[in-house]
Design a protein around this ligand. Structure first.
Ligand code: NDP
Ligand code: GDR
Length: 378
């Protein structure tokens, strides 16, 4: 039985990867942080009572800022594969917490590599490092491939560039099987609620149900190469199954603006949104409503009218330095890894909208039942 250790197991990718590896017959160890509230919602369906027989999924308290803890867990678990997914992963928040981001995302990667080396596991343990298209930052060339120069534009990306190069360095210096997956944006129904796609699919669902009036966003013109997390975690695994350790770009090869992602999300709910104005004055207005789609989804648009402003720009969401355009070239991963994604952008949007509409309908039932908010303790 192969043994894997996933850092960041409670995150979007960690949850999908844990499920994927368990299905492949792995024993999966996950590193999770202590929190004052339950933080395992994404993996609760995988939970196993540790008193039962045949347990193959185990969580360990830990943190990438604590080397002693990493050394102990790796010693105890003796993993064949480590997937380093833990990170302070929000680009905008990294401008508020730059030092912590450098510590967790940059030095955290070093701590993990060093722990493997200190324990003499260089020959046994293969390491996947969650690198990112944010490394490309200020556009140098498109599409971006494994050979495109980096120009990071946020404390997050600068921390991740350290993680990228220290992984390459440990591979070259100590002959470790350590690889970077340079993953472009990937989303899913499990995506954190403050990343732009999930923020949009949640808000569109709420607006369609009459639970919210308007969605406030930042830069609508940013372009991203969006794929589905379920496809991307499979690529992570493939990267560690190769004969030779190398770095790979994982992307769809299609880029879309935030503005178009908004239109696609609302269209999925039968609402046509048109954008008017420019810059901070731009807004999204309902141009048409498709009653047939609405009734098929069990929606009655009592509070929605053509002309309603449902999207507005709030400059508070602009970043001090922005990444305008990301478009990946997945040729290497398709040819060498044989990686074939199952989702395109329309399928991704459909999956996220269906899931969020379902979640928001629960809120609607509560409202109809007389409850004002989910946190109404009075
Ligand atoms: P999430 O933000 O959903 O998950 C991040 C995980 O890291 C969470 O489990 C979080 O724990 C954990 N974590 C944060 N800080 C620490 C720390 N100091 N010590 C231990 N654990 C910590 O990210 P994703 O799943 O979307 O991304 C996974 C990885 O891939 C990240 O490294 C991200 O930077 C990178 N990446 C993501 C892309 C994407 O589009 N999703 C694209 C390219 C790279 P908690 O639940 O307690 O917060
Ligand atoms: P990103 O993802 O920064 O690419 O990092 P995010 O979804 O946060 O932003 C994408 C683009 O949308 C613009 N935007 C907004 N973003 C957010 N979060 N909220 C808004 O209201 C909003 N309005 C417009 C942003 O300016 C940006 O241009 C993600 C993370 O998962 C990283 O960890 C990962 O490395 C990269 O993807 C690849």
């Amino acid at each position: 039985m192969k043994v894997a250790l996933i850092t960041g197991v409670t995150g979007q990718d960690g949850a999908y990867l844990a499920e994927f590896l368990l299905k492949k017959g792995y024993f999966v160890h996950g590193l999770k942080r202590r929190s004052s509230m339950f933080n395992t919602e994404r993996i609760d369906h995988l939970y196993q009572d540790q008193h039962e027989n045949g347990v193959n999924f185990k969580l360990h308290f830990g943190d990438l800022t604590d080397s002693t803890n990493l050394i102990r867990i790796i010693q105890e678990t003796q993993p064949d594969e480590i997937y380093n997914l833990a990170a302070m992963s929000h680009v905008k928040v990294s401008f508020d917490t730059p030092e912590y981001t450098a510590n967790a995302d940059g030095i955290g990667t070093l701590r993990l590599l060093e722990a493997v080396r200190i324990l003499g596991l260089e020959k046994k343990t293969r390491i996947y490092q969650a690198s990112t298209s944010e490394l490309y930052g200020l556009v140098q060339a498109v599409p971006q491939s494994e050979t495109t120069p980096f120009y990071p534009r946020s404390p997050y990306a600068v921390a991740k560039i350290y993680g990228y190069w220290i992984t390459v360095n440990y591979r070259e210096a100590y002959n470790m099987f350590a690889c970077n997956g340079i993953l472009f944006n990937h989303e899913s129904p499990l995506r954190g609620e403050t990343f732009v796609t999930r923020k949009i699919t949640r808000a569109a669902s709420k607006i369609a149900l009459g639970l919210q009036n308007c969605l406030y966003l930042g830069n609508l013109s940013a372009q991203r190469d969006w794929g589905h997390a379920k496809d991307y975690i499979e690529a992570m695994w493939l990267i560690l199954q190769q004969d030779v350790a190398e770095d790979y770009v994982i992307a769809t090869g299609v880029t879309t603006t935030v503005r178009d992602f908004v239109k696609m999300s609302f269209a999925e709910l039968g609402i046509t949104v048109e954008f008017r104005g420019e810059g901070a004055d731009e807004s999204g207005v309902i141009a048409a409503i498709d009653e047939k789609i609405a009734s098929d989804l069990g929606l009655n648009f009592a509070e929605l009218k053509v002309g309603n402003e449902v999207v507005k720009v709030d400059p508070a969401y602009f970043r001090p330095t922005e990444v305008d355009l990301l478009l990946g070239d997945p040729t290497k991963s398709k040819t060498k890894l044989g990686w074939v994604p199952k989702y395109d952008l329309p399928l991704l949007v459909k999956d996220m909208i269906q899931s969020d509409l379902h979640l928001m309908k629960k809120d609607e039932y509560l409202r109809l039942g007389g409850f004002k908010t989910l946190n109404n303790f009075e």
